[in-house]
Design a protein around this ligand. Structure first.
Ligand SMILES: [Zn+2]
Length: 174
């Protein structure tokens, strides 16, 4: 994985000509900005243990209890823990334990310019939003309103040229 984004190491600092969608060639500084993957893939990339939050250091028992946006994992502290491999396996293991990360010697993103992988994690839309929130929201609405009422309400949506109105919404969802 370290091989694929390797050109960003110099291009992100020195710049490179890139052609934009309208055909113009522009001088750009491409950086690794976003990781898109499901939760297990996120954990692999950020070196955090299972059941922990991919972006912040809150313990898994406190997830969902925090007010507002939590600060991300401390990147410098984690990179220092990975660098401790040069001091031997015992020091390395202890440093990783204190930083609350897995024993990974060189994650692919460690040398990329301007990268904070803990701020680069995109939400897992399929599992967190579609199969998580939306699935439960629809189940709650079916319990509260009933299938016939949901279908009736959707049938009365005003027509719009960019919206397809399903006459039997529940049959499409189940
Ligand atoms: Zn969090």
């Amino acid at each position: 994985m370290k091989y694929i984004p390797d050109p960003l190491d110099t291009a992100g600092i020195k710049g490179v000509d890139l052609t934009s969608g309208d055909g113009l060639v522009q001088w750009c500084y491409p950086i690794y900005a976003t990781f898109v993957g499901n939760y297990p893939e996120q954990l692999l990339v950020i070196c955090v243990k299972t059941r922990e939050c991919p972006t912040c250091p809150d313990p898994h028992n406190d997830l969902g209890n925090a007010d507002g946006v939590r600060p991300p994992h401390e990147l410098d502290k984690i990179l220092d823990a990975f660098d401790a491999i040069s001091q031997g396996p015992t020091v390395f293991a202890q440093a990783c334990k204190e930083a609350w990360v897995k024993h990974i010697q060189h994650p692919f993103w460690e040398d990329l310019p301007f990268v904070n992988i803990y701020q680069s994690i995109a939400p897992d839309i399929l599992h967190q939003l579609s199969q998580g929130v939306i699935k439960h929201l629809i189940a709650w609405l079916r319990t509260i309103c009933g299938d016939a009422e949901i279908d009736a309400q959707c049938c009365h949506l005003p027509p719009h040229h960019k919206i397809w109105i399903f006459m039997n919404v529940i049959s499409y969802l189940t």
